[in-house]
Design a protein around this ligand. Structure first.
Ligand code: SF4
Ligand code: SF4
Length: 418
């Protein structure tokens, strides 16, 4: 069948097993079907008709799409990509609650009031009552979501710098999860950029980059989101020099638009131009701050553990710059063992397969615990939510912060909280 030709890469597998030790789900569960090699076998069974698309989709549903197996495989098998393709063939519907959540994040006019509601709930005494009286016990999915909502940090008072003559003109994509759950991330990014002589533009009505649809194999919805982003970019294309994302998974996702739309005569060239303009947030800060120790004279005194975003490392191979930046501003850092390993968030996985996700997270939490770090820092809101919920559940009081917050507070322009 024509569609199954997309799975041909699986034929390269020699079943050598080099990928097993790097796969977080195999490490957590020790089952062949939870390994990249096991997933290749399921995909080959689909290809030769032994398994149906639905059966295969179910067998593959715990894959976190971290791509660690891509880096480890000597034969060039791309299991993460194959899993995405197989999921798109299986067309397994997500639970309605997940679909509702994505409907909200996809549509900015809907997500804005919902974000205000989340903010109200984060601040209100109602939340404590809900927990104390265990009102959500019979609503497990809502309870899961509630457990993931972080405490609201004190808000920043920021003062923007006046633009100079020739600022760098940058479009900022604020990830939907960061916008909804970590309000300080956007404030910190905007403030930092203004002091780095960057003029920021926002993509009017930007909802979500499409990452959840990409990962669940819903190609139609992913194409729709990509086109929506590109339509908004089209309006700014002449005005900007670069694009920056405050969330790691958005960066990986928007950079995949060019491949997604390669055969689209209207959007393909635009997607290509868009991808070429995406720059790494940390690299941009480092390039524009001049002397890092003068621009950031107040690094946190506590030891930092930076949690890498697995797809950024294994899919786009750019993991070094946040650490390089933190080192340049003289932060004390500790490198976690297997730091490139997924934390278990895996997009929706932390909601749809909580037990499997938590088994993977346990390994990361143990590494953090043993590292002696007091602050966990990351650049991907999903990882931060997952880490923070895990630490809270374990009764640990470590801070979990986004890189932009750490940078703003270390900078010589940081004034105070409100
Ligand atoms: S996916 Fe690659 S590393 Fe894993 S068993 Fe197959 S050939 Fe070996
Ligand atoms: S993408 Fe990650 S979770 Fe999935 S098979 Fe590869 S290493 Fe395992």
């Amino acid at each position: 069948m024509k569609d199954f030709a997309k799975l041909d890469n699986a034929l390269l597998c020699t079943h050598c097993g080099f990928c097993l030790p790097v796969c977080p789900t195999y490490r957590a569960e020790n089952k062949e079907i939870q390994s990249p090699r096991g997933r290749v076998s399921a995909i080959l069974a689909l290809r030769n008709g032994t398994l149906t698309a639905k059966e295969t989709g179910k067998a593959l549903s715990y894959c976190l799409l971290c791509r660690a197996c891509h880096s480890a495989c000597p034969a060039g098998v791309k299991v993460g990509k194959l899993v995405m393709t197989a999921r798109s063939l299986a067309k397994i519907a997500k639970p309605w609650t997940v679909r509702l959540f994505h409907f909200i994040t996809d549509h900015a006019p809907v997500s804005r009031p919902v974000t205000r509601l989340v903010r109200f709930y984060q601040k209100s005494p109602l939340r404590k009552e809900v927990k104390k009286r265990r009102w959500l016990t019979n609503l497990p999915w809502i309870q899961r979501l509630d457990n993931l909502i972080p405490e609201l940090p004190p808000a920043y008072t920021t003062v923007a710098a006046s633009p100079r003559k020739n600022p760098l003109r940058v479009a900022l994509l604020c990830g939907c999860m960061a916008r909804m759950f970590y309000p300080n991330v956007e404030t910190a990014t905007v403030s930092l950029m203004s002091h780095l002589d960057v003029e920021l533009f926002h993509l009017e009505g930007f909802g979500c980059c499409g990452a959840p649809h990409r990962e669940s194999g819903n190609r139609k919805a992913f194409v729709r989101q990509a086109r929506k982003v590109l339509d908004r970019y089209r309006l700014l294309a002449e005005k900007i020099d670069a694009i920056v994302c405050d969330t790691a998974v958005c960066r990986v996702t928007v950079m995949s638009y060019a491949r997604l739309l390669a055969n689209d005569p209207d959007y393909g060239p635009l997607a290509e131009q868009f991808g070429a303009r995406v720059v790494d947030f940390s690299a941009l800060v480092l390039a524009r701050c001049g002397d890092p120790t003068r621009f950031f004279p107040n690094p946190p005194p506590e030891k930092i553990a930076f949690v890498d975003h697995c797809q950024t490392q294994h899919a786009s191979g750019t993991m070094g710059s946040p650490r390089e930046l933190l080192a340049a501003i003289l932060c004390e850092q500790t490198k976690l063992p297997r730091s490139d390993q997924c934390c278990g968030a895996g997009g929706d996985t932390m909601l749809t397969h909580r037990y499997h996700s938590e088994r993977v997270r346990k390994d990361k939490l143990k590494a953090i615990e043993e590292s002696g770090a007091s602050i966990v820092v990351g650049a991907n809101a999903g990882c931060l939510l997952n880490m923070e919920a895990g630490l809270k559940k374990a009764g640990r009081s470590l801070q979990v912060r986004h890189l932009a917050e750490i940078l703003l507070e270390a900078s010589n322009n940081f004034k105070n909280y409100t």
